[in-house]
Structures are given as structure tokens and as C-alpha cells.
Design a protein around this ligand. Structure first.
Ligand code: DOR
Ligand code: ZN
Ligand code: ZN
Length: 353
């Protein structure tokens, strides 16, 4: 028997175009999204060039228009010089992304003074997402309070973070957060099995106690998001392993397996992969986007079966129960039985719908 769910929304993916299409591009990344049950993806701005103004936004959206197979929007990255430009582009983008801590790419805002105009100017109705860890995350929550505005906290991974977010929400602060599958299903205890280089990811894989704290505080978690961050095997296994895991094609089977084990309900999953992302990111309601899953189908995860261009997965060989059988995008079958049917270019920018 097949179960119908809404088309999933991933609010955090890295598609690598422009600049690193050997890792992923709008075509391969959105094919992977469909195979994973996603009908909408929000693309991060730490590409090469980074998406920080009208010209670079045009580069990404031009490629997306030609190549995307599912619906999408593109984030703008905040820089030390672009608060005014960002405001002008605010209706055209998924949201504004601020990198307050070090990660892949060159968008980190080193000087805290550069954060303030973004928090002050960016419209309160438009999503503001931050990469912040530990004490930087505490600073981001303080700014949400000072500017009385919504802030979305990306990829929460640690006990101290989720406990702080719980307290902030209890105080009525307008913070929301997402957790990634690799922080829910992996910890530093898995690093040897995955391999050191391949395990590099930001935020890092945390302790078992951190992992347990995420599960114990799921009520605080608004969204599940992949942080799909493809780097090739050569890049992961080389001397300077780049941080990031692919995730689009594995998140739903991992979560459905947790449903099968009684650790989550199906409603928990749909709330965090559709309802809350749609509301928090002010996305259009798209009732003609839906997916069909077989909750009884068991299989093993293998990189060779994936559409992502990166060629590996940290979940290689994992046994899962729950398979995406069909994905329907705006009324048309876009993926069925392992095959992506939607052609490049049929995806739409949801900010133009
Ligand atoms: O591990 C990560 N990789 N974390 C990030 O925040 C960025 C991402 C990437 O773009 O590779
Ligand atoms: Zn990040
Ligand atoms: Zn990311």
C-alpha cells in the first residue's frame, strides 16, 4: 500500500552552481531532490561566485531556469557591503543567509558590527537564516531579541544549543530551527567507520550526548533539513578534506525508518519537512505537489543508486525501511520507480509563482 504525503521542502541545500558543477549543478541536484521526495529546494549562496548581488543572483537563477527539475528559490548571502542591495532583492530570494561562523566558502562575516545592519534592515516578513554554532548561536538569538525579529537557526547539532533554543522559545523570542539527518543519526563515534576525511562536516559530528539531546528535544525542532553539501570523493579523501555531506536522497528513508522503529510519527516528519518549512519560509501552498511512499519497502542505501554527482554517502550500506515511489510536481509525475521523469527546466522559482 502506498501512503500519500505532501511534496517535501528542503530549506537548506548547496547546489554548487555557479562555480563547482563537478560536485553538483541545478540539474543533478534537483534530480537528487526529486529522488528524495522533495518538490522544492532552497539553495544556499556560498557558491563561487557567492550570491550577494543582482548580478550573481542572475547567474544562479539563469542556470536554475534552464536546468532545475523541481521548484526552488535561491538565498542571498549577507556581506559586509550589501545590506542595501539585499533589501532591494528581498522579494526575489528564498531569504538572507548570514554566515556568522567559519564554514565552506568565503561568506563569513568576521566583524560583529557587520551583522547589525542586516538584522536591522532585512524585512521582518522575509526569512533570515544564520549559520551559527555554540556561543555565536547565543549571539544570534540575542540579536533576534534586540531587533524583535524572526531568525532561523540552521543545522542545530549540540545539546547546549537545543537547550538554549528551548529557553528562547519559552521566552517568546521569534527563533526557529532546523536539524540535519547526520546530526540525528550520526555522532563522533561513527567517524572511524565513515573515515576521517569523509566525516568532515560543519557543524561537526557531535557527541552521543548531543545526539541524544536532539532526540529528547524534538518538540523544539521546527524543520528537518539536509544541508545537502556535495563534495566529490577525491575532495573528501584528499589531503584537505572539504566539509559537507550529501543528504537529499537519504533523509526521508532514514526518517521513515525511525517512524517504523517508533522513534517518530509520520506527522512529526510531515510537519518538519513540509508544514513548518512552508510557513516559516513563506512559500506558496502547492497542493498539486505530492509524493507516494511505500512504508513497508526495505532496502540498503548505496551511493551507486544516487543522482547526486558527488558519488558517496555517509550512510553507505545502511538498511532502511520506507521508499519514495512517486513524486508529483504541479500535477505531473516527476519521479517514479527510481527514474527521474521531469526534464531540466521544468522547475519553477517559487518566488515568481
Ligand atoms: O559542512 C558544511 N558544508 N557545512 C556548511 O555550513 C557548508 C557546507 C558546504 O557548502 O560545503
Ligand atoms: Zn551552515
Ligand atoms: Zn549549509
Amino acid at each position: 500500500m502506498l501512503t500519500k504525503l505532501p511534496g517535501l521542502i528542503d530549506v537548506h541545500v548547496h547546489l554548487r552552481e555557479p562555480g563547482a558543477t563537478h560536485k553538483e549543478d541545478w540539474d543533478s541536484g534537483t534530480a537528487a531532490a526529486l529522488a528524495g521526495g522533495f518538490t522544492t529546494v532552497l539553495a544556499m549562496p556560498n557558491t563561487n561566485a557567492a550570491i550577494v548581488d543582482g548580478q550573481t543572483l542572475g547567474l544562479s537563477l539563469g542556470a536554475a531556469e534552464l536546468k532545475a527539475r523541481c521548484d526552488y528559490a535561491q538565498y542571498l548571502g549577507g556581506s559586509s557591503t550589501n545590506p542595501k542591495t539585499a533589501l532591494e532583492l528581498s522579494n526575489k530570494v528564498a531569504g538572507l543567509k548570514l554566515y556568522l561562523d567559519q564554514t565552506y566558502g568565503d561568506l563569513k562575516l568576521d566583524d560583529m558590527a557587520d551583522w547589525l545592519p542586516h538584522f536591522a534592515n532585512w524585512p521582518k516578513r522575509a526569512p533570515l537564516a544564520v549559520h551559527a554554532e555554540g556561543k555565536t548561536l547565543a549571539a544570534a538569538i540575542l540579536l533576534a531579541a534586540i531587533y524583535d525579529r524572526p531568525v532561523h537557526l540552521c543545522h542545530v547539532s549540540r545539546r547546549e544549543e537545543i537547550l538554549l533554543i528551548r529557553t528562547a522559545k519559552e521566552k517568546g523570542l521569534r527563533v526557529t530551527c532546523e536539524v540535519c539527518p547526520h546530526h540525528l543519526f550520526l555522532s563522533e563515534d561513527d567517524i572511524l567507520a565513515i573515515g576521517r576525511g569523509r566525516s568532515e562536516v560543519r557543524p561537526r559530528l557531535a557527541t552521543k550526548a548531543d545526539q541524544d539531546a536532539l532526540w529528547a528535544n524534538l518538540g523544539v525542532v521546527d524543520c528537518f533539513a539536509t544541508d545537502h553539501a556535495p563534495h566529490t570523493l577525491a575532495e573528501k579523501d584528499g589531503n584537505n578534506p572539504l566539509p559537507g555531506f550529501p543528504g537529499l536522497e537519504t533523509i526521508l528513508p532514514l526518517l521513515l525508518t525511525a517512524v517504523d522503529e517508533g522513534r517518530l510519527t509520520l506527522t512529526d516528519v510531515v510537519t518538519r519537512l513540509h508544514d513548518n518549512p512552508q510557513r516559516i519560509f513563506a512559500l506558496p501552498k502547492q497542493p498539486t505537489n505530492y509524493i507516494e511512499v511505500d512504508l513497508d519497502s526495505s532496502y540498503e542505501i548505496h551511493a551507486k543508486d544516487q543522482y547526486t554527482r558527488c558519488g558517496w554517502t555517509p550512510f553507505e550500506g545502511w538498511k532502511v525501511k520506507g521508499r519514495v515511489v512517486r513524486v508529483v510536481l504541479r500535477g505531473k509525475t516527476a519521479y517514479e520507480d527510481g527514474r527521474v521523469l521531469a526534464p531540466p527546466g521544468c522547475g519553477k522559482n517559487i518566488r515568481n509563482l
